[in-house]
Design a protein around this ligand. Structure first.
Ligand code: SAH
Ligand code: TYD
Length: 400
């Protein structure tokens, strides 16, 4: 967390642990917290005001599996190939991944014979990675675990992380760990959702317990400098509706690319550090809530069947912020076995296997996994051909 004062800009209300899909008997013991986000007056880092303790989230039964998406699979195969060809060129080079989940990135490097270690506290996800030939330490990455890894495996030429660094409120310990573990000329590469895209497209459901920070290039630049590193390169990538890949190195060890200054300038022009930008976002999402609830209510009253598609973490924010329960969306279908047969957090909408989607097809599908829209809409052509319609809700509510 930053030392500066954090000014609140949006309150998404009482929210559950976004990946805590419930067994029916667990409904009464659910944990909630207030999901509110603000911006640091000193360094402009957007962050939550009241963090949910992480051991509530990343448990042995944490159900998220990255490899359920073909788009993500091919993205991380490409990341692995690039790292191997450009950085991991020595025979004994070590790569460590923070938040390796089911091995979606490391399995490619493991198959190529690259020395590697995944670090992830979620034992179930780690077991899936191990089954694919990936070495994993079931643990949180921090200064303590990094020190132990250095003793057992030696220094890492590359430390990689996707969609995880922003999860760790105590970011200092991650960077102290990186400082311990990284070779003098090594790089720390991490990818995370981009706050500029979240604000521009009103992706309010990218705000949930796990995303403690919402990174901008400007705020990451200030953060890594404070922690003794230098941001040397940034690249926009089209993952999860818009992300940025940050490359961090020890100060002076790598040339700082012009991309960093260019994106910082773009952010200033867009008003990414300004409070008014976020107030506008707040008004936009209130409109989404009103329109979405009105649409779902009208469809229900007209006797139309609506089903949720994709029991995402994001859907916890949407359903709980809007007050959407099984009366409006009777079930959500999802391909992840660990989520099926459970109830969605907070809203308690049953999660059913993927096969339930076409048995029979509903009239409308609320696309909760909108970040995989292209992949899903291509796969579900038949749904549309026989008269089905998609409901999208960001950046505004519409039927397509
Ligand atoms: N890298 C994958 C998975 C992202 S989900 C992808 O981009 O799809 C986030 C993962 O980070 C989860 O598997 C979670 O268990 C793990 N995680 C959370 N906090 C962590 C920490 N401090 N150190 C290492 N892994 C962590
Ligand atoms: P995702 O949007 O990647 O992440 P998050 O949980 O961070 O919001 O989650 C996608 C969810 O959608 C995951 O539970 C798997 C499911 N899914 C399907 O059911 N079918 C599909 O074709 C795809 C791509 C995903």
């Amino acid at each position: 967390m930053c030392a500066g004062p954090v000014r609140e800009w949006v309150d998404l209300g009482r929210q559950p642990v976004s990946n805590a899909f419930l067994k029916p008997e667990e409904v009464d013991s659910e944990t909630f917290f207030r999901l509110a986000v603000g911006i640091c007056a000193d360094c402009t880092m957007v962050q939550q005001l009241e963090p949910m303790p992480t051991d509530n989230m990343f448990r042995a039964d944490y159900p998220y599996r990255s490899s359920t998406s073909a788009g993500l699979r091919s993205h991380f195969e490409e990341v692995a190939r690039q790292l191997r060809d450009t950085e991991l060129t020595g025979v004994d080079d070590l790569v460590v991944e923070i938040g390796s989940n089911d091995g979606i990135m490391l399995h490619t490097l493991s198959a190529a014979g690259v020395r590697h270690l995944g670090v992830d506290p979620s034992a179930g996800a780690a077991a899936a990675a191990v089954a694919r030939g990936v070495r994993v330490r079931v643990d949180f990455f921090d200064e303590r675990s990094a020190t132990e890894i250095l003793a057992t495996d030696g220094p890492a030429k590359v430390i990689f992380s996707a969609n995880t660094v922003s999860h760790v409120a105590d970011i200092d310990t991650v960077f102290r760990g990186v400082d311990r573990l990284l070779t003098p000329d090594g790089i720390f590469v991490f990818e995370d959702r981009y706050v500029s895209d979240i604000v521009e497209y009103a992706y309010f459901d990218q705000i949930y317990d796990e995303h403690f920070y919402l990174f901008a290039v400007r705020s990451v630049d200030a953060m890594v400098a404070r922690l003794g590193f230098e941001l040397v390169d940034v690249e926009r990538i089209p993952i999860h509706g818009g992300s940025v890949r940050y490359t961090v190195a020890r100060p002076g060890s790598r040339e700082r690319r012009p991309s960093v200054a260019r994106m910082v300038e773009e952010e200033a022009r867009y008003g990414i550090g300004e409070h008014e930008t976020y107030l506008r976002f707040g008004r936009q999402i209130e409109r989404i809530r009103t329109d979405l609830v009105a649409l779902l209510t009208d469809l229900r009253d007209a006797g139309r069947r609506v089903v949720g598609y994709g029991a995402t973490s994001k859907s916890a924010t949407v359903t709980n912020y809007c007050g959407i329960g099984p009366d409006l969306v009777p079930f959500i279908c999802d391909t992840t076995p660990e989520k099926q047969g459970r109830l969605s957090p907070g809203a308690h909408i049953p999660v059913r296997p993927y096969a339930a989607f076409s048995d029979p097809y509903p009239d409308y599908a609320l696309l909760l996994a909108w970040n995989h829209a292209e992949e899903i809409m291509a796969k579900e052509r038949q749904f549309v051909e026989q008269g089905g319609r998609w409901i999208l809700y960001v950046p505004h509510v519409r039927i397509v």
